[in-house]
Design a binder for this molecule. Structure first.
Ligand code: XMP
Length: 522
């Protein structure tokens, strides 16, 4: 079953079958930018379920570098028998070629980067394009002979068959990546596929997303109740507003103080959501309980697991107190899902996500979880927040991880380390905002390093802790660059932290990009 609610999307939609390409999410995103709803499912998604979803088009994503790798993902030919137009991209092209009896081969010349493609036939896919186009290639295989009934519509110096079409069946395949920015007219190609070939009407927008989500939530929840874990961050706040609009009083928000929140965070959340927005907010102060469980734990994944598990327990206890709840709501986003559940082909588990602990996975299986943002990227969620009329200050908050400061204190978590980190982080955010940089950054935060170094303060030797500053730019957290903060800002932050936070005598700046580093240190 597709994990979101039935009917939560407009009538016309595109299903993207994911073979594990790093660009899969970009495909869905570009299609939504063209005002057509798109969602991603793993390549092994049952054909029956795809049929039920009645997509107007199917896109097969790229995937591992070769069809000839061990365990290379494959689909049954049935996807092609649905009578739905298909566009295969890169790996998706080879899958298409194989399905229709053409021949692919492992290419001795791998091709990565920009390439020139020659459009060799008149095809609606390339309508309005020049005879030669710059595209982005990233592949190791090649098409040796196109399947019977298919025409070759483009070629490159390295590959005679760089794009194919079966006009009558509306099956297309391209070897390059139209979804990547470097394919200069990639959007035109996607647009041709959606509008010239599939004849889809572009009606999707955030506004329509709001109304269809509300409708779908109502249809699913009926007169039931929903329990939402509210963190005060952008994602769960947007879900709260959406659910409040859909079911009003039958939404219960549980806000758990897990002991690893930022300075004054709990007070701010209560003020905003309970007093101002009049949400049904249940505040649970579980500070001591979490810190007790975390005592002595150093290993990052262990910290995540403890916090995830404890959260679910606290949450369920509250659910029992309310008496009944029929659904659990979460503000999970697409990158959360991708980075934490490997769908066999797609990416390795880098860091586990608290929205995907075993207890939640069980609930998801039994259809008890509502995740209205599951297909969206952060900036799309922000756009949705604007559409819902939420305050800017809330919408543009930097992401804050569920395990909170626990994964920003390297090593063991203690009250003292938490105090130091909270104070330092508060100063950092303060100064970043004062410099007008907050909105330009994806995240900016402090990390407590369990390293002591020697300093001198007022003629006295000090032997204190180190705080690392992490500030990155990113669009979706999948990749990130360290931010080039002005020296003057770094200077103010550093001297304020060292002077104002007892227990710190050194501040360092993290100049690592993701990949190969990650944004958080743990
Ligand atoms: P990394 O460190 O993997 O982080 O580059 C990518 C984004 O995810 C956030 N993050 C988490 N969020 N639970 C969360 O809710 C987690 O365990 C977790 N780990 C990382 C991180 O802040 C960044 O925005």
């Amino acid at each position: 079953m597709i994990e979101h609610m039935p009917g939560s999307v407009p009538a016309e939609k595109v299903i993207v079958l994911d073979f594990g390409s790093q660009y899969t999410q970009l495909i869905a995103r570009r299609i939504r930018e063209l005002h057509v709803y798109a969602e991603i499912v793993p390549y092994f998604h049952p054909v029956e379920d795809i049929r039920k979803e009645r997509p107007s088009a199917i896109v097969l994503s790229g995937g591992p570098s070769s069809l000839y790798e061990e365990n290379a993902p494959r689909i049954t030919g049935e996807v092609f028998d649905l009578g739905v137009p298909v566009l295969g991209i890169c790996y998706g092209l080879y899958v298409t070629v194989e399905a229709y009896g053409g021949k692919t081969g492992s290419s001795s010349r791998k091709e990565y980067g920009r390439a020139a493609v020659n459009v060799t036939a008149d095809s609606p896919l390339f309508k309005g394009l020049a005879r030669q186009e710059t595209v982005w290639m990233s592949h190791g295989d090649k098409v040796e002979s196109p399947p019977p009934g298919f025409a070759v519509i483009a070629s490159t110096e390295n590959a005679e068959t760089a794009a194919i079409e079966h006009r009558e069946k509306r099956i297309y395949g391209v070897q390059f990546h139209p979804e990547v920015y470097h394919t200069v007219h990639g959007m035109e190609i996607l647009s041709n596929f959606l509008f010239e070939i599939c004849r889809i009407t572009p009606t999707w927008s955030m506004k329509s997303f709001v109304s269809s989500s509300i409708e779908a939530i109502r249809a699913e929840v009926k007169d039931g109740t929903v329990l939402l874990g509210l963190s005060g961050g952008v994602d769960s706040s947007v879900v709260a507003v959406l659910l409040q609009k859909a079911i009003g009083e039958r939404l219960y928000c549980v806000f758990v103080n897990n002991g690893v929140l930022r300075k004054n965070e709990a007070e701010k959340v209560i003020e905003r959501f309970k007093n101002h927005m009049k949400l049904n907010l249940i505040y649970v102060d579980a500070y001591d309980r979490f810190l007790g469980k975390l005592a002595g734990v150093e290993e990052p994944e262990q910290k995540r697991k403890i916090i995830g598990r404890e959260f679910i327990e606290v949450f369920m206890e509250e659910a029992k107190k309310i008496g009944r709840f029929d659904f659990l709501a979460q503000g999970t986003l697409y990158p959360d899902v991708i980075e934490s559940v490997s769908t066999k082909g797609p990416s390795d588990t880098i860091k586990s996500h608290h929205n995907r602990v075993p207890e939640v996975l069980e609930l998801i299986k039994s259809g008890k979880v509502i995740e209205p943002l599951k297909e969206l990227f952060k900036d799309e969620v922000r756009e949705l927040g604007v559409e819902l009329g939420m305050p800017e200050e809330l919408i543009y908050r930097h992401p804050f991880p569920g395990p909170g400061l626990a994964i920003r204190i390297i090593g063991e978590i203690t009250e003292e380390r938490l105090r130091v980190l909270r104070e330092a982080d508060d100063i950092l955010v303060d100064e970043i905002k004062a410099a007008g940089l907050y909105r330009k950054l994806w995240q900016a935060f402090c990390v407590f390093l369990p390293v002591r170094s020697v300093g001198v303060m007022g003629d006295k030797r000090t032997y204190e802790n180190v705080i690392a500053i992490r500030a990155v730019t990113s669009v979706d957290a999948m990749t990130a660059d360290w931010a080039e903060l002005p020296y003057a800002v770094l200077q103010t932050i550093s001297s304020r932290i060292i002077n104002e936070v007892r227990g710190v005598n050194r501040v360092v700046y993290d100049i690592s990009s993701k990949p190969p580093s990650t944004i958080e240190w743990e």
